[in-house]
Design a protein around this ligand. Structure first.
Ligand code: CP
Length: 307
């Protein structure tokens, strides 16, 4: 199979074969990070720019590590330390970066659709969406699916519960698209005010009580409350939210015995997840982070023309 896409913007229109191809590529590259010398020459001479208008620990660092392990030249731009603070527009920033002839630009922005603008504007650069507002975070979903497939051998037919702030979560949206394409049964639960309006059309089930969503689940994905994206207070207090939606040792017993507990990070300990669960035997949270490097190596490799 040949990877035909110029950009990676969102998972909505991906096929199962395309997702499996990306995950297969990531699996084959994972071993590089365990070597004594964690570097291969595959992307020597390629330039990768990270352009982040929002904070990040995992996504930005793992893309930088991924680029460096493939021998690309990696450059990081933080908007708050760039000419953006002097009033430069997104389009002017993009045009100036284009003039330096990079190969791939990885972008995070608070506005949904911002990476799509760049992808249309720049004809010779690949754009990767590292999170655009509450819209999509495709690379997070791909690394989540890589982790599920690695642990369970498949995604098709598994019951995955997504719990929390669904409406404001770009991770939830990308995972709803990705997991349903891959044949998983997706069950959602969160406060009514945190459910997207178009949820009925997304091929998922919505549950009023967390216990119903996680019953017999193979996977529980917990989501962070996105306080930075909420216009009004959507629940009376954090304590009340935790009472209804925190993944506790008692609640986890309702899922399958070998359930995997996942979280994209950063986690709010004691709010959406009890520390005993976050650090306990069901948790694969840090394995998700490890897979993030391999998955992002795969995306850089495929966009740069790797087969
Ligand atoms: N999961 C995730 O996107 O984490 P960061 O915000 O730290 O990149």
């Amino acid at each position: 199979m040949k990877f035909e896409r110029k950009d990676i913007l969102g998972l909505k229109d991906y096929s199962r074969d395309e997702i499996n191809f990306i995950l297969d590529t990531a699996e084959s590259l994972k071993e590089i990070s365990t070597r004594k010398i964690k570097k291969v020459p595959t992307l020597r001479g390629k330039t990768v720019i990270s352009l982040f208008y929002e904070p990040s620990t995992r996504t930005r660092t793992s893309f930088e590590i991924a680029a460096k392990r493939l021998s690309a030249d990696a450059v990081n731009i933080t908007a708050s330390a760039s000419s953006v603070v002097k009033g430069e527009t997104l389009i002017d920033t993009a045009r100036n970066l284009e003039s330096m002839n990079p190969d791939i630009i990885i972008m995070r922005h608070s506005a949904a659709g911002a990476p799509h603008i760049l992808a249309r504007l720049l004809k010779h650069q690949s754009i990767i969406n590292a999170g655009d507002g509450a819209h999509e975070h495709p690379t997070q979903s791909l690394l989540d699916m890589m982790t599920i497939r690695e642990k369970r051998g498949k995604i098709d037919g598994l019951r995955v519960a997504l719990i929390g702030d669904i409406a404001h979560s770009r991770v939830a949206r990308s995972n709803i698209y990705g997991l349903t394409i891959m044949g998983a049964e997706v069950a959602l639960c969160g406060p009514a005010m945190m459910m997207p309006r178009e949820i009925d059309k997304m091929g998922v089930t919505v549950h009023n009580r967390m216990e119903e969503a996680i019953r017999d689940a193979d996977i529980i994905m917990m989501l962070r409350i996105q306080l930075e994206r909420q216009k009004n207070n959507m629940f009376p207090s954090v304590r009340e939210y935790a009472k209804l939606y925190c993944l506790t040792p008692d609640r986890v017993k309702m899922a399958k015995k070998n359930v995997l507990v996942m979280h994209p990070g950063p986690i709010n300990r004691g709010v959406e997840i009890d520390p005993q669960i976050a650090d306990g035997p069901y948790s694969v949270i840090l394995e998700q982070v490890t897979n993030g490097v391999a998955l992002r190596m795969a995306l850089l490799y495929l966009l740069a023309g790797g087969k």
